[in-house]
Design a protein around this ligand. Structure first.
Ligand code: F6R
Length: 236
């Protein structure tokens, strides 16, 4: 594991974008595993900048996102599909047909999960997976549990996650209580994993996840077993 500590969110975003940009330059048709939330916004801004100045070309890039709220379709401003379009896809020359987010409105979420895992396999797996981390140690929406779940699956969100995500909604009551998330198999099978976290509040969980016991009670701790993991932390 490479653990990189920087001072500012700006530096973190540039480092993360540089790592992803290098992947795109090295393999023009690479598969990016992408995350939502506040952590990657600066990274997406930087990638957009690199694309606009001609340093990177997204025309052959494919992407698979980690998760989506159950019940929200892509036109809903709180959906993760909407977030991705707004923060990255609509700003770069990626072909939207090559961008995938699990469907939160599929009739059969179990089946959607199976199809999503098959899709990832058919794309040849993920070249680099970008992750944030929840205050409870979740990655994607893999919440603390008694066991790790391998496949893309339906989850009930932890009360602490609902609280943390309420900042994006009008009220806590509006936050969906269920989500569909990539499981640990696709994340752990990604050829590279890049986890970013910023702010004092994330310090304690990073300590537990990367320097503590490997346990499903701290889902991100499984990443200690990944052969190519980079963690970037910034103080603000
Ligand atoms: C988002 C996701 C979540 C977030 C995590 C951290 O697609 O999968 O695991 O990465 O909740 O969120 P932020 O970055 O908002 O602190």
């Amino acid at each position: 594991m490479k653990f990189i500590k920087v001072k500012t969110y700006e530096e973190l975003s540039k480092k993360a974008a540089d790592i992803i940009a290098a992947e795109i330059i090295h393999k023009e048709d690479c598969v990016l595993g992408l995350a939502t939330g506040s952590s990657p916004i600066g990274t997406y801004d930087k990638l957009t900048e690199y694309n606009k100045e001609g340093t990177i070309d997204f025309s052959k890039v494919k992407s698979v996102n980690l998760d989506e709220y159950v019940g929200l379709d892509g036109t809903n401003e709180q959906s993760y599909r909407y977030f991705m379009n707004k923060n990255l896809f609509d700003r770069v020359n990626i072909d939207k047909a090559n961008t995938f987010v699990p469907s939160g409105t599929a009739k059969d979420i179990e089946k959607e999960g199976e199809e999503y895992d098959n899709l990832i396999k058919s794309l040849g797996g993920i070249d680099i997976q970008l992750l944030g981390i929840g205050l409870d140690g979740h990655i994607g929406f893999n919440e603390p549990d008694e066991f790790f779940t391998a496949a893309t699956h339906l989850v009930s969100l932890d009360p602490s996650t609902i609280k943390a995500n309420a900042r994006f909604f009008e009220s806590e009551a509006d936050v969906p209580t269920k989500a569909i998330t990539m499981g640990m198999m696709s994340i752990m099978q990604a050829r590279k994993v890049l986890l970013i976290a910023n702010g004092e509040a994330k310090k304690e969980i990073l300590e537990k996840a990367f320097f503590g016991e490997i346990t499903p009670k701290v889902p991100a701790s499984i990443l200690q077993l990944h052969p190519d993991l980079t963690v970037i932390f910034s103080e603000n």
